[in-house]
Ligand binder design. Sequence first.
Ligand SMILES: *[C@@H]1O[C@H](CO)[C@@H](O)[C@H](O)[C@H]1NC(C)=O
Ligand SMILES: *[C@@H]1O[C@H](CO)[C@@H](O)[C@H](O)[C@H]1NC(C)=O
Length: 588
Amino acid sequence: MESEWYNVWSVVSVTLSIIGVYSLMAFRKPKPIGEGINFDEQSVVTDNELLVRKSQIYERSDPLTHLFTDALTLDQVLSRGSKESVDGNCLGTINKKSNSVDWITYAQVLERINNFGNGLIHMGLKCGQNTFIGIYATNCVEYVFAEYGAYTQSMVVIPLYDTLGPNACRYIINKGVMLTHKGIISNICAVLYQMGDEATNKNDTMLSFLPLAHMFERCCQSAVFMVGGKTAFFSGDIKYLPEDMQIVKPTVLAVVPRVLTRVYDKCHSNIKGSKLKEWLLRKAIESKQSEIERRIIRKNSIWDKIVFKKIRNGLGGKVRLIVCGAAPLSPNVLEFMRCALGCVIIEGYGQTECVCPCTLTLPGDYETGHVGPPLPCCSIRLESVPEMEYFASDGKGEICVKGPIVFKGYFKDAEKTSIVTQSDGWLKTGDIGQWTPNGTLRIIDRKKHIFKLSQGEYIAPEKIESVYSKSQFVAQIFVYGESFKSCLVAVVVPEVSVLTLWCRKNNIRGTLRDLCQNKDVKRAVMNDLLGVGKKEGLLGFEQLRDIYLHYEAFTIDNGLLTPTLKTKRIEIRNYFGRQLEDMYRSLD
Ligand SMILES: *[C@@H]1O[C@H](CO)[C@@H](O)[C@H](O)[C@H]1NC(C)=O
Ligand SMILES: *[C@@H]1O[C@H](CO)[C@@H](O)[C@H](O)[C@H]1NC(C)=O
C-alpha cells in the first residue's frame, strides 16, 4: 500500500501533449495571499540600545495576550469552540471497520470533561494548583477528557511521553517546565493572528498524530478548539498514517520535518531513472515556484492535476495549511512541498520554555532558510556571544525572548531557572540567530557550553570530550571546569570490557565499583587519556588534571541524558558535585 501511496507518476500519461500543457496553464489564477503585508520589513526595532525587535504586523507596543475575551484560559477554549461551531463536532476516533471517523460534539466533550474533573474530586483529590495530574497516554479522546478535566478543577497537568520508561517519567515529574494558561493562550492567539486569513477556522479538520506530550501538538489542538474546528486522532501507529489520512481527510496538519522529508524522498526515488518523469517534475516545480513567488497558492493548475495529484491525495487531498515545527526543515523539501501540495506551509521556531513558537513565517513568504519574524506575543533580541564571535551589533547573537509566553521556571530548580532566564525577564534560548535584511530570524548555530578558566583561556568542554572519547577506556566522559579554577577535571564512565580486560592482565580483582576506585586503574586510564589528548593536539590547559571513574553510565533513566541522548551538563555537575569538589581540593 505504502509504496503505491506516493506514486505520482502512474497518472502521467506518456502521450501527454506538452503543447497542450502550456496552453492550459494560463487560465484561472486566484489572487495572491498576504496582500498589504510588507514582506521586506517583517519586524521593527523597538529599543535601539538592546536592539529589541517585535512583529511588524501587530501595531501595539505591548505583547498580544489574547484575541477573544471568552477564551482566556484553556478550559474556556472548548466552551468557545462549542459556541463558534454551534455545537459542531469536536473530537474524532478513527473507526477501522467502517473506514470512517466517529465524531463526538463539543457538548459531549464538555460533559465528559466535567464528569472527569468531578470524578477527580470525588476520588479525594484537591481542586487547585497544588494537585498535579500526570498523563501517560497516546493521542486519543480520553487524553483530552483527562487534560481538560483537570483544568476544570484548576489542577496542573504534566504530560508524559508514552515512549519513556518509568524512571525518566519520574524525573520529568520532578525537572518539568512550568507554563501558565495565560502564556499558552497568548501564544496560540499570536499564531492565529499572524496566520491572518489563513488561520485555522471552524471548518477545519486536524489529524492529530504528533505526541500530545509535546507542546507543539497541544497548542495546535487548542488553537483548533478555540475557533471551533475538529480534531481526529490517528489510529495509534504511525505506520498507518497514510490510511488514516485517507479516512480523516484533514485540512490542517501539524508536522515535524521528518513527515515532509519522507514524502519528498519517496517522490524522488519513484521517478529516479526516468528522464521523462524527471523533466516533467522539473517543469512542474518551475511553474509552480514562479506562482508561489507571486504568492499564489493553488492546487488547480494543470501541473497539480497531472503531476502532483497523487502526492496531494496521499495526505487525504484536502490539506490547506501545514505548520511545521520542532526541528529545522530543509529548504529543498519546503520548496518542493509548497509546490506539490499547493497549500500554505509555515515554519515556526521556539522551545517549551516559551510555550511553543516565538517566531513563525508569514503565509505568503516564499523565502526559505529562515523562521519568520517574532510573533506578536513576544519581543526578541540577540545577545552578543563574544567567545563565538557573534555580536548583536552585526545582527547576530544568542536568541533571547521576552513576553507573556516565557515560562515561570523549572519545577523546584531555581538554579537552573536563573541560568536560562535573566532577572529582567529575558529567556536565553541557547540558539544563535541572525536577523535577515527582511527582519526575519535565521537560526545559524547553537551556543556551545563555553567558559573561561581563571587564567583567561576559553574552554569548549564538548570539543574536549569528543577528543577524549577516542580513548579505548572511555564509554562516556564529562569534562568540567570553572572560571575561578585554572584547570579541568572529568567524570569518566569506563568502557567495561576494556577495563576488565586490563584489570585481568594486571591481576586486579573486584566488582566494577571496586575497580573504579583502584588507584592503579585510575592511573592507567588517566595516562591513556593524556596520550590521546596529546596525539589529538589538545593544548596544555585543555588537558585534564584529574578524573573520577564512575561505575554507572549516564542514562535517560537516571536523568543524566536528555531523551535525545545529549549530556545534561547541569544535572551531571550537580550529581557529581562532591567528587568534582574533592578533585579540585586535592589539586589546590
Ligand atoms: C526579502 O524579501 C524580498 C521580497 O519578498 C525577497 O525578494 C528577498 O529575497 C528577501 N530577502 C531575504 C534575505 O529573505
Ligand atoms: C465555512 O464554510 C462555510 C460553508 O462552506 C462558508 O460559508 C464559510 O465562509 C466558511 N468559513 C470560513 C471561516 O472559512
